[in-house]
Ligand binder design. Structure first.
Ligand code: ADP
Ligand code: MG
Length: 620
């Protein structure tokens, strides 16, 4: 098109498109759910705007919030249209080509190291998946604030944008036209599209229609020559039938039945808000599918857990929370700089926002889910809503439910308590599925629990119950504080731990000698965050935590030891003088050693040697 303005794709985007175009990835289906997901997002946006300004929706068909899929077999074009918010010219240029998102390069990197293309939506670049099946794509879009524009690209490093004077006016919204590649012919089959919508987009909250063909029987005149007068043949078939029927009442009707193809919009999903249904009626499979759509996580794995509940009282709401099977690629990357909750907030079934940080604390931002409240007002701005007093109550309940849900993963995991697995033979199958789930959770999200202990004083104890670690007695498995306490020796008052860069190194530590010999269990903390964690986790169930490399280690009976200390006082004093008081605080007789003659210990309130190491390398 001669009037078009040409643009180059941002470099990373261009690389991404090259990868997609040349991909041998077999599951090309994913493009459809990405387009439907974008259409649904765009519809959510316009519906939200319409809450405070009804005018934005317009009239007639324009006000219908739906998604329309059409096939043009002849020209091999598949089009997906929505009546969502649409894109201005500037939006088209920025969103579809010139501005790379943070996920773009992350995704490119993943792809180069054999990552799963299926996860494209999670990286915020789902749109480009159209180039798995198309070699030429047009995006026609009409935003209320601009004229209708068309974006087009053959994925050759450039795209063009021009005012659209060629297509029918959309009114509002976006139509994506995919000129399918030769080998992508299957996407011109209605059955294939129906199957895909069912599989991936069942839980989209707007009706998805397909312009579907239907074979119908129609009666046509049996014999051309004897049929009614010429002028009637150009009429529509129904009126023709009526008239001929009237005329022919006395004669035998000279008609025959033939098959004819007609088209009509067929609804492919039944827009069910899963969270409004009773949890008893929703199957595991439905929850899993709902999770996929909600989280844009289409990996084959099930979520590790979910919780679906209704809160009553002053603030009423329904919620569904999920623990994803895997942590997203950037969960801890910018933990302290970004606020991003992954909960979608609805008010009376209307999507409001997925950027409400007021719903969950940062350490739980790995959870996915949805909250729908009838108590919150509908017709106020996001900013006003953010200030609403009910949010505090909602947050409190959500945290409680989230921690319960995580606890349940452990409770139901036979690996967590060996006896349960042995006695409960009936539930063997179920146990099989739950086996090892908590370890999996811990590997993915354990750090979040630790950050929670640091940040959330009100729930510290609840979170401490979720803590897992390896220890001198855990035999390579994960242990809990509960287990530690149950294994404590008679007379043992404190919970012992040691920190360091890794387990192997800690196992050789002289600090452990005597303790392990005497049968005390010592926890290994090897994550840099553990040093911070232990500054906040002072005690658990009335037991203090004692770093065995620090001053103050007590092992049960002390009286004999006091005498010993007393008799060596001269030696220790002399020693301290020799080392000078700048270098050491004190020199003491120790009961923590066995083979090693002496160790350097950190004072009670000082940084441990491990912390010094961490501070030097600043690894957190
Ligand atoms: P994401 O959906 O994760 O933001 P995509 O690559 O799928 O990433 O889409 C990029 C952006 O293009 C969207 O954020 C949105 O701004 C815009 N966009 C895509 N499809 C549509 C659409 N149908 N209507 C309006 N905007 C759209
Ligand atoms: Mg998308």
């Amino acid at each position: 098109r001669s009037s078009a303005e040409k643009f180059e794709f941002q470099a990373e985007v261009s690389r991404l498109m090259d990868i997609l175009i040349n991909s041998l990835y077999s599951n090309k289906d994913i493009f459809l759910r990405e387009l439907i997901s974008n259409a649904s997002d765009a519809l959510d946006k316009i519906r939200f705007l319409s809450l405070t300004d009804k005018e934005v929706l317009g009239e007639g068909d324009n006000s219908k919030l739906d998604i329309l899929i059409k096939l043009d077999k002849e020209n091999k074009v598949l089009s997906i249209r929505d009546r969502g918010i649409g894109m201005t010219k500037e939006d088209l240029i920025k969103n579809l080509g010139t501005i790379a998102k943070s996920g773009t390069s992350a995704f490119v990197e993943k792809m180069q190291t054999g990552g799963d293309l299926n996860l494209i939506g999670q990286f915020g670049v789902g749109f480009y998946s159209v180039y798995l099946v198309a070699d030429y794509v047009e995006v026609i879009s009409k935003h209320n604030d601009d004229k209708q524009y068309i974006w087009e690209s053959k994925a050759d490093g450039a795209f063009a944008v021009s005012e659209d004077i060629w297509h029918e006016p959309l009114g509002r919204g976006t139509e994506i036209r995919l000129h399918l590649r030769e080998e992508a012919g299957e996407y011109l089959q209605e059955d294939k599209l129906k199957e895909l919508v069912k599989k991936y987009s069942e839980f989209i909250n707007f009706p998805i229609h397909l312009w579907a063909s239907k074979e119908v029987d129609v009666e046509v005149p049996a014999d051309e020559d004897e049929s009614a007068e010429e002028e009637e043949t150009s009429d529509s078939s129904s009126s023709e039938e009526e008239e001929s029927a009237e005329e022919d009442t006395e004669k035998k009707p000279k008609t025959k039945k033939v098959k004819e193809t007609t088209y009509e919009w067929e609804v492919l999903n039944d827009v069910k808000a899963i969270w409004l249904r009773s949890p008893k009626e929703v199957t595991d499979e439905e929850y899993t599918k709902f999770y996929h759509t909600l989280a844009k996580d289409f990996s084959d794995e099930k979520p590790l857990a979910w919780s679906h509940f209704t809160a009553e009282g002053d603030v009423e709401f329904k919620a569904v929370l999920f623990v994803p099977p895997k942590a997203p690629h950037d969960l801890y990357e910018s933990y302290y700089n970004t606020q991003k909750s992954n909960l979608k907030l609805y008010v009376r079934r209307v999507f409001i926002s997925d950027e409400f940080d007021e719903l969950l604390p940062k350490y739980l931002s790995f959870l996915k889910g949805l909250v729908d409240s009838d108590t919150l007002p509908l017709n106020v701005s996001r900013e006003m809503l953010q200030q609403h007093g009910s949010l505090k109550t909602i947050k409190k309940k959500l945290i409680r439910k989230a921690l319960d849900m995580i606890r349940r993963i452990a409770d139901e995991d036979p690996d967590e308590s060996d006896e349960k697995a042995k006695t409960d033979t009936e539930k063997a199958d179920e146990n099989d599925e739950k086996k090892g789930q908590y370890a999996k959770f811990w590997n993915e999200f354990g750090k979040s629990i630790k950050l929670g202990i640091i940040e959330d004083a009100a729930n510290r104890n609840r979170l401490a119950k979720l803590l897992r670690f390896e220890s001198t007695k855990s035999g390579g498995k994960l242990a809990s504080l509960e287990q530690y306490i149950s294994r404590m020796k008679p007379g043992q008052k404190d919970i012992f731990y040691i920190t360091g860069p890794n387990k192997e190194q800690l196992e050789k530590s002289p600090f452990l000698e005597r303790l392990t010999k005497k049968g005390y269990e010592v926890i290994f903390f090897t994550d840099p965050v553990d040093e911070y964690l232990m500054q906040y986790l002072m005690d658990y169930e009335d037991k203090k935590f004692q770093n065995v490399s620090k001053e103050g280690l007590k092992l049960g009976k002390e009286s004999k030891f006091k005498d010993l200390k007393e008799s060596y006082k001269e030696l220790t004093n002399w020693w301290k003088d020799v080392l000078t008081s700048e270098n050491v605080d004190s020199v003491k007789i120790s009961n923590r050693l066995d083979n090693t003659p002496c160790v350097v210990v950190t004072s009670k309130y000082g940084w441990s040697a491990n912390m010094e190491r961490i501070m030097q390398s600043q690894t957190l």
